[in-house]
Ligand binder design. Structure first.
Ligand SMILES: Cc1cc2nc3c(=O)[nH]c(=O)nc-3n(C[C@H](O)[C@H](O)[C@H](O)COP(=O)(O)OP(=O)(O)OC[C@H]3O[C@@H](n4cnc5c(N)ncnc54)[C@H](O)[C@@H]3O)c2cc1C
Length: 431
């Protein structure tokens, strides 16, 4: 089997296929794996799958830390909503806040160790595919030196991210990337973790806010953790995104002025931004849902299938769950297009709904409600949104995103322990 893209989704797929006895190869466009990115959250449903893949909490503690709280705070510094996270909330598995790059390297090293040094071929960009008569598919590959070749396999999984070439061929009429007007600047700064010591805090309004959370255990000597922060402003998007590229490093002076005066006795946002090593600017983008992620022996997975706003902190988690759902479908249907169809039927509809839900602010929707009802200024949040309404709103989001506590705790494993694809099933095609 061929996997296009060795990001979080592609590597989780490779590790899953290896676990169930399906040979695979990952073609990754970059020539070198480096620990890129800042913080991401791994929700309990994804951590459960990582445990089933043989990762331990000791492994995850090396790249992040268990999250304890999720909180929204108004511009006046008053709490709007807070809830425990992970085991404290009653999940059987923790939620982890991790450094995206370090976590990615952890998956990459595991793939090389378990599958072999040829498991991930770097510097190999998939530019498209050709379905072959009689079954199977050829991935069209461009090598780092500019030469091209084709690789034949039974199935091709497009895990090549938001700018997916596989998706572009599968859906040639898809609209361009969608940008709703929010711009995010992200960075990390060493600082003292606040509240529980592992709290995710969203502060401000739905059009102007800062989000921050630690992504490392505190250094035993200094007590400082690496704090991941996202500073975000929503602007007029009628002219579209005018910068070249979707992701670029910028000086903090470019945007720090948006947060002048955001200082409370427990938080100094200008200092948080100023003390960062570097900052990355990227517009908050996603893609309009499509009606299917399958084209015969070809399937989309992770951001290639469902790039979504990060408001629900579930892009990385969903890519891991996708990989496991694909594995489960293969245990049932073999390495066949039927397995891809079963995965598509199960996930494409509900996850497409989640894309639209995250576009509508996701769990940050509570900030919209505060804005609408009192312009963001309040003494007691209970007078603005009663507790039952706040809890009900969050429960609705969590159920849609697959984080409902009881449902997850009671659910059988996505892939039963020791399940394997039987040899007879693992035919259809070549690699
Ligand atoms: C460099 C980088 C930094 C990121 N930083 C953050 C962050 O700080 N915070 C956050 O919330 N999210 C970040 N993300 C996005 C986040 O990782 C994804 O939303 C999520 O993990 C889903 O993973 P994915 O594997 O589907 O996509 P991705 O993580 O985007 O992985 C896609 C992979 O495919 C490769 N690729 C792309 N095109 C091709 C091609 N044609 N052929 C072969 N390979 C290809 C890419 O190099 C990449 O390794 C980052 C993504 C990348 C690539």
């Amino acid at each position: 089997m061929i996997i296009a893209g060795g990001g979080i989704g592609g590597l989780a797929t490779a590790l899953t296929l290896h676990q169930i006895g399906v040979p695979c190869v990952v073609l990754e466009a970059v020539r070198e794996v480096r620990p890129l990115g800042v913080g991401i959250n791994l929700q309990p449903n994804a951590v459960r799958e990582l445990c089933d893949l043989g990762f331990s909490e000791v492994d995850l503690d090396r790249v992040g830390l268990p999250a304890r709280e999720w909180a929204l705070v108004g511009l006046n510094g008053n709490d709007i909503y807070s809830e425990p996270r992970g085991r404290l909330a009653g999940y059987n598995w923790p939620q982890y806040a991790v450094h995206r790059g370090l976590f990615h390297v952890l998956l990459h090293e595991a793939a090389i160790q378990r599958i072999g040094s040829q498991a991930v071929r770097l510097g190999e960009r998939v530019t498209g595919y050709r379905k072959t008569p009689g079954g199977g598919v050829c991935a069209l590959v461009e090598h780092a030196d500019g030469s091209t070749s084709e690789l034949h396999g039974a199935l091709l999984i497009g895990a090549d991210g938001i700018h997916s070439a596989v998706r572009a061929q599968m859906h040639p009429d898809q609209p361009p990337i969608h940008w709703g007007g929010a711009v995010m600047w992200r960075g990390t700064t060493w600082g003292k973790p606040i509240r529980t010591g592992a709290s995710f805090v969203g502060l401000g309004t739905h059009r102007h806010r800062v989000v921050f959370y630690p992504i490392s255990h505190p250094d035993p000597q200094s007590g400082l953790s690496m704090i991941n922060w996202i500073a975000e402003v929503t602007m007029d998007n009628s002219d579209g995104w005018q910068q070249s590229g979707w992701f670029r490093q910028v000086p903090t002076a470019d945007f720090a002025h948006h947060f002048d005066g955001w200082v409370w006795d427990w938080l100094d946002v200008p200092a948080l931004i100023r003390d960062a090593d570097c900052a990355f600017e990227n517009p908050m983008i996603d893609r309009d849902p499509v009606n299917t992620w399958q084209d015969g022996p070809v399937l989309l997975l992770g951001d290639a299938a469902h790039a979504m706003y990060p408001t629900g902190s579930n892009g990385g988690s969903q890519a891991i769950v996708d990989a496991r759902m694909l594995g489960a479908a293969m245990v049932e249907h073999g390495v066949t297009p039927d397995a891809l169809a079963a995965y598509d039927a199960k996930l494409c509809g509900p996850i497409s709904q989640l894309i639209l839900r995250n576009r509508g602010a996701g769990p940050f929707g509570l900030l919209n409600m505060v804005d609408d009802r009192c312009g963001g200024t309040f003494d007691n949040i209970d007078d603005v949104i009663p507790p039952a309404e706040r809890t009900g709103f969050m429960a609705g989001y969590k159920a849609a995103a697959g984080f409902a506590i009881e449902a997850l705790n009671k659910a059988a494993p996505i892939i039963p322990h020791r399940a394997r694809v039987r040899a007879r099933q693992a035919v259809a095609g070549g690699a």
